[in-house]
Design a binder for this molecule. Structure first.
Ligand SMILES: [Zn+2]
Length: 389
């Protein structure tokens, strides 16, 4: 089935180690995408480089790799950029050495998420070796170098490019390290939304001995904030925890104890479930604050809406494939921070499933070599199920 000049299926651990040896700390690529593209081309993928730039942000290298054509399109999305190694003395190995020790692959990006990228590349190579490149569908990898950074010149622009090319995705798996303790314990099927609010109250400053001549901004800020935290936002929904509002700072900056402040400020962050949208929350905030009364300014920034991939689409397929390899069924979860799945969700059903995240962003980031083999088999199982449906 293999064309002349092509190598056999890819080795996930060897490829991940090679990727770790390219210190692609955001926004640097350091040759990581060259390594990946070379491996993918050796098993039949066609690679397109998608460098993006924008004034005020670093230039970013990205990669779209595609195999097959027509039929249903399965996409794996991930990032080759990594967070810095941090204090090198806290590591027991070179963070960019790609070392295998006692059955573990160590290095920055092993878990988040060069390991999972290598597993998917290996899974695709095994799938194609077994089924042939003319299996009747399309497999792609959408790999950005800008996930850990500002995420401006990465996935969002690649998705725009894909749409401009007329590429349609039918399902997507993001290879983030979703498992909490052991491989196969958790699939992320959505994420809460996040909104940050900045509240400013204006009053009339004055002498604390003459409060009738003033309007204390601190008092009114306290009343407004009390109204915001008086009751839970909700009790949670079927697949989500309860939404939460957390006040992060209250700033008056008044060094004088005998002066009534004229202005007071506070900021808060809301993590909201699928019972809300950013716009609905904005309306709730203003209604609640208006009910207290007085002059205030509220500025909100929505960094992501909540989203949910109904368990049943891609998530059930991953759960089946994972259970077949590990013997236990993963939990569907919407916990944790944001990922690029929040952008991909606009185009097709998306779920997140990768390695175990215990060591991500830490010193001695590591994954068991056995987990990499298991994840490769799970990803291959996902492809087999997806293209047999
Ligand atoms: Zn990540």
């Amino acid at each position: 089935m293999m064309a002349a000049g092509m190598t056999g299926p890819l080795d996930p651990v060897g490829l991940a180690a090679d990727l770790i040896r390219r210190p692609s700390v955001t926004p640097a690529d350091a040759g990581a995408l060259d390594v990946l593209a070379g491996a993918l081309e050796s098993v039949g993928f066609t690679c397109t480089r998608l460098p993006f730039s924008e004034a005020g942000t670093p230039d970013i290298a990205n990669l779209f790799a595609k195999l097959g054509g027509g039929g249903r399109h399965f996409c794996f999305a991930g990032h080759t950029d990594v967070v810095p190694a941090g204090d090198a003395s806290a590591w027991s190995v070179d963070p960019f050495g790609g070392v295998v020790r006692d059955g573990w692959l160590l290095g920055r990006g092993a878990a988040d998420m060069k390991g999972a990228i290598a597993c998917f590349a290996a899974a695709a190579s095994r799938f194609v070796a077994a089924r042939g490149a003319d299996f009747g569908g399309t497999i792609s990898l959408l790999i950005t170098g800008d996930e850990e950074g500002p995420a401006i010149n990465g996935t969002v622009k690649m998705l725009d490019w894909l749409q401009a090319q007329g590429e349609k995705l039918d399902a997507c798996v993001v290879g983030e390290p979703t498992n909490a303790r052991q491989l196969g314990d958790m699939i992320k099927v959505g994420r809460r939304g996040s909104m940050t609010g900045h509240l400013t109250v204006h009053g009339i400053g004055g002498h604390t001995a003459y409060p009738h001549l003033a309007d204390n901004a601190a008092h009114r800020l306290v009343q407004l904030l009390s109204a915001l935290i008086a009751a839970p936002l909700d009790a949670g929904t079927e697949h989500f925890q309860a939404s939460t509002l957390q006040i992060s700072t209250i700033d008056i900056g008044n060094p004088a104890t005998n002066v009534i402040p004229a202005a007071a400020r506070a900021s808060f962050n809301i993590r909201f479930n699928d019972g809300w949208s950013g716009a609905k929350l904005d309306r709730w905030l203003r209604r609640t604050l208006d009910a207290v009364g007085g002059r205030y300014e509220l500025e909100v920034r929505i960094s992501g809406e909540s989203f949910l991939t109904p368990p049943g689409a891609i998530a059930a397929l991953i759960a089946d494939a994972a259970e077949a390899v590990t013997g236990h069924r993963p939990e569907f979860s919407t916990t944790g921070g944001t990922s690029d799945a929040r952008f991909i969700n606009r185009l097709c059903p998306v779920a997140e499933f990768g390695l175990v995240g215990l060591t991500m962003h830490k010193a001695d980031e590591a994954v068991p070599v056995a987990d990499m083999e298991a994840l490769t088999r799970i990803y291959q199982g996902v492809l087999e199920r997806f293209f047999s449906a």
